[in-house]
Design a protein around this ligand. Structure first.
Ligand SMILES: *Cc1c(COP(=O)(O)O)cnc(C)c1O
Length: 435
């Protein structure tokens, strides 16, 4: 399968090139040249299939031409070391819980899959030297990437983060790992961390000596595997007798997650339509209303992983729908919620049902409350465990949120980090000695 750039100004590439490069040279996002439909027989029996079996069928449709089946299925198996169950909240609202992975957020799926696919392609290329992934983080990306790549052969990860500017819980998720993961604590801001990473990618001497790469969230190997759990979520709805008129609501920031769902939809996933739930960063909702895309600086909210003013995967949605806003409106609607609404929703739902939403999931819950029509069955994607946001959630529900074992493990680990100034010269000397 070939991959083309959404900007169509650079040549088509193979899967391995798209995965290793991440972004196309013309700064567009890679798209598969075809979206293969899954056969009716698959959907007839999907409710009898395991998460692994379903995901293998989906992975085959995307990657089966480029990776031998047994290698691909092993990558799928190693990626999905946890389940994504559907939990009923009300008669019409069900939560697809994506937080049972190592860092208790849905980004685990994409990060784990990408790490294994990258490792596979590195081995295939016969390369013997380790590849180093550099990633700057303001909190959550670092933990998903570090944990996704933990213990993966042939890859080292260096996570840069701003000293004193991430929460203790976040910091523990990438500083306690050891093995092939190193955390670098920069005396500066997140922007300084990003500058150091960019400078390293541009530095001729470093690149001549080391194989440096990024684990950007727009990578096809991070974004496409997210389609797996949409099919698994649908299968569980079908099994529960609620497989008709399914509407999927996705709390969206960079729109990678919902775009993976839309790819599933174009493969034949039998759901009716999608809802994008936004916090106050409502660029996509405004686009649906006016037909005009106007990126804005991001606004800080309590659903902070969705604080995005210029969603990078918007280019993929436009491409998928041939730039036709009417067609997009047919499949997707959008709503936006401010922090007061998010807090109110967490409190209300807890009181009425006992279910604890996180701030991102709360947006998706409200999207279904507002958008579901009579006779429709809603699935909201619960993208993170509420214990990741105790400072927002606990005062609202008036009690502590139980910390899942996955997160607990980090909290009891010992922090290890390398202290660094924000000068590129210092970082370069460090890399030359450490790699
Ligand atoms: C990253 C993230 C989102 C937004 O996902 P996109 O793919 O960027 O739209 C939503 N919720 C949580 C918890 C996240 O970490």
């Amino acid at each position: 399968m070939k991959y083309y750039s959404t900007n169509r100004q650079s040549p088509e590439v193979s899967l391995s090139e798209a995965v290793i490069k991440g972004l196309a040279p013309d700064r567009g996002l890679y798209m598969p040249e075809r979206i293969n439909k899954l056969p009716q027989g698959f959907f007839d029996k999907i409710d009898t299939m395991s998460f692994h079996e379903i995901s293998c069928a989906v992975a085959d449709a995307f990657f089966g031409e480029d990776i031998p089946i047994e290698d691909l299925h092993r990558i799928v198996k190693d990626t999905l070391s946890f389940d994504t169950p559907v939990v009923k909240i009300t008669d019409t609202i069900n939560s697809l819980e994506l937080f049972h992975g190592p860092t208790a957020a849905f980004k685990d799926v994409g990060a784990r899959f990408m790490a294994r696919m990258l490792s596979y392609f590195i081995k295939q290329s016969g390369q013997t030297e380790d590849v180093t992934v550099l990633v700057a983080t303001s909190g959550d990306t670092g933990s998903a990437v570090a944990n996704g790549f933990l213990g993966v052969d042939g890859i080292r990860v260096v996570v840069l983060y701003p000293k004193g500017k991430v929460s203790e819980r976040q910091e523990k998720q990438f500083t306690t790992l050891g093995q092939n993961i190193t955390a670098v604590e920069v005396d500066g801001t997140f922007d300084d961390c990003q500058r150091l990473v960019k400078s390293a990618f541009l530095d001729k001497e470093l690149n001549a000596k080391f194989k440096l790469t990024s684990a950007n969230s727009i990578n096809v190997a991070r974004f496409l595997p997210q389609a797996f759990y949409y099919f698994h979520g649908y299968a569980q709805m079908k099994r529960a007798g609620k497989g008709n008129n399914v509407v999927v609501c996705v709390p969206s920031g960079n729109f990678g997650n919902i775009t993976a769902g839309l790819f599933g939809f174009h493969m034949g996933l039998p759901v009716k339509r999608f809802i994008a739930a936004n916090n106050r960063n409502d660029i996509f909702m405004k686009y649906l209303q006016s037909g005009i895309y106007e990126p804005k600086p991001s606004i800080q909210t309590i659903a902070n992983a969705m604080d995005v003013g210029d969603p990078s995967n918007f280019a993929r949605i436009l491409d998928l729908y041939g730039n036709d806003v009417e067609k997009i409106r047919k499949d997707i609607s959008a709503y936006s919620y401010n922090d007061d609404r998010i807090r109110d929703c967490i409190g209300r739902v807890y009181k009425a049902t006992g279910y604890i939403l996180d701030p991102h999931g709360a947006c998706a819950y409200m999207g279904l409350e507002e958008g579901l029509q009579p006779g429709e069955n809603g699935i909201m994607l619960e993208t993170a465990h509420p214990a990741k946001f105790p400072e927002s959630v606990e005062p609202i529900i008036g009690r502590a949120v139980e910390v899942p074992a996955t997160l607990q493990r980090f909290l009891s680990g010992k922090k290890q980090s390398v202290e660094m100034s924000s000068e590129f010269g210092d970082f370069k000397v460090y890399l030359e000695n450490a790699l």
